[in-house]
Design a binder for this molecule. Structure first.
Ligand code: HEM
Length: 396
């Protein structure tokens, strides 16, 4: 069957999924697409089919499968990434994911609230000390999730400049070649951290897994490094982007911002709608079919790639009427911003809490906050990674 749509769709706005999705969602739930390497695959553009497929065990997340769909030249690098459960299927996926779950339960994350508030207050002080105008990304949006994930993992925050920079280069690399250096630096760093954890007790998740599962032979060193890398990068990049883009969206919607200012209690609903509206990890859901799957009148054949981006599902008018409206009262919790099914985001409780703290605090501390560059002139950093802006100059 000939391709009927292009993927990725061109991205023009950094805080909205590609506008081309709307027409595709209206036309059909599944589209035939040609990927950058010429391979054909499927693009899923409606919420019902997206959820059905994301919870279908005949779709595999195994990136080492030669048919795993790659959406860009950079994507090829995922094949040689150290293994982590994000790229595994059951039962291995669940087995290794469960080792990390104690650190991310709702109860454990809620217990971090006072510490996250303290960290956000320090970041607001840092932004204030930088003086107006200043970059929100380096002074506020990155430090909060970065320090929090460091404390959870047991990574010394004194090394933050190194790993934030290496993570940024890893996520922004244009191709496999550019990925190699930052990845090697991060892997060597985590490897030496594991050495330290094996010599003396180290607080945090890495120390716990090294002292228990690694020592008992239940987890290989390569896999521990892969899991630590996944958590370190996923734990700060996406949330940092959501703080930055959430700030832009709120400044673009002064009525909604006024509601937040009047009542901090709207923060949870507001954050859900922001997650839907920005869909930062839009291109996260890539899978390969391991068996024929009949869905919505189409047959996905075994070996075909399936792309299930979050953007079109989060703007599907069947579930979210007037999807372009930023409406904090619509009840957005059914969005797919954290994915769906077994691979649904492990850090979602944490990300939600960080956003519920960071955004209200920012506007409380800086009541006259404004953008130095108009929102309409902001451009997305890259098409195939998470939605982000690398620099956001704000004044107050
Ligand atoms: C607003 C912030 C975040 C967004 C939008 C987001 C989004 C996502 C999405 C869409 C997936 C599913 C990928 C797939 O199905 O292939 C995912 C998985 C994952 N996320 Fe997040 N994430 C965020 C924050 C975090 C944080 C703070 C952590 C910290 C630990 C984290 C860790 C993970 C992990 C480990 C997975 C893989 C889960 C698995 O395969 O079982 N994420 N995330």
């Amino acid at each position: 069957m000939e391709p009927t749509a292009a993927f990725p769709q061109p991205r023009t706005c950094p805080y909205r999924p590609p506008f081309g999705y709307a027409e595709l969602t209206e036309q059909a739930p599944l589209h035939r697409v040609e990927l950058h390497d010429g391979k054909l695959g499927w693009l899923v553009t409606r919420h019902t089919e997206a959820r059905a497929l994301l919870s279908d065990s005949r779709l595999s997340a195994d990136r080492t499968n030669p048919n795993f769909p790659l959406i860009s030249a950079r994507g090829a690098a995922v094949r040689s990434q150290p293994p982590a459960f994000i790229g595994m299927d059951e039962p291995e996926h669940g087995h290794y994911r469960r080792m990390t779950i104690p650190d991310f339960t709702a109860k454990r994350i809620n217990g971090l609230r006072p510490r996250i508030e303290e960290i956000a207050t320090q970041a607001a002080d840092q932004l204030n000390a930088a003086g107006s105008p200043a970059d929100l990304v380096v002074n506020y949006a990155v430090p909060i999730p970065s320090l929090v994930i460091c404390e959870i993992l047991g990574v010394p925050y004194s090394d933050h400049e190194f790993f934030e920079d290496a993570s940024r280069r890893l996520m922004r690399a244009a191709d496999e070649h550019e990925v190699a250096a930052p990845r090697a630096e991060l892997l060597a760093y985590l490897d030496s951290l594991i050495d330290t954890a094996l010599q003396r007790p180290m607080p945090g998740l890495i120390g716990r897994l090294a002292g228990d599962q690694l020592t008992r032979g239940e987890l290989s060193r390569e896999l521990l490094i892969g899991i630590a890398l996944l958590l370190l990068v996923a734990g700060h990049e996406t949330t940092a982007s959501m703080i930055t883009l959430g700030t832009v969206i709120l400044l673009e919607h002064p009525d909604r911002l006024a509601e937040l200012r009047a009542d901090r209690g709207v923060a949870p609903d507001l954050v859900e709608e922001l997650l839907r509206y920005a869909s930062v990890a839009d291109t996260a859901g890539a899978r390969v079919a391991t068996a024929d799957i009949d869905i919505a009148g189409q047959r996905i054949r075994a070996g075909e790639g399936v792309l299930i981006p979050n953007g079109p599902a989060n703007f599907d008018p069947a579930l979210f009427p007037d999807p372009d409206e930023f409406d904090i009262r619509r009840g957005s919790r059914n969005h797919n911003a954290f994915g769906y099914g077994v691979h649904q985001c492990l850090g979602q409780n944490l990300a939600r809490l960080e956003l519920q703290i960071a955004l209200p605090l920012l506007f409380e501390r800086f009541p006259t906050l404004r953008l130095e560059t108009p929102a309409s002139q902001l451009r997305p950093a890259r098409a195939d990674t998470i939605q982000s802006i690398d620099e956001l100059i704000v004044a107050w």
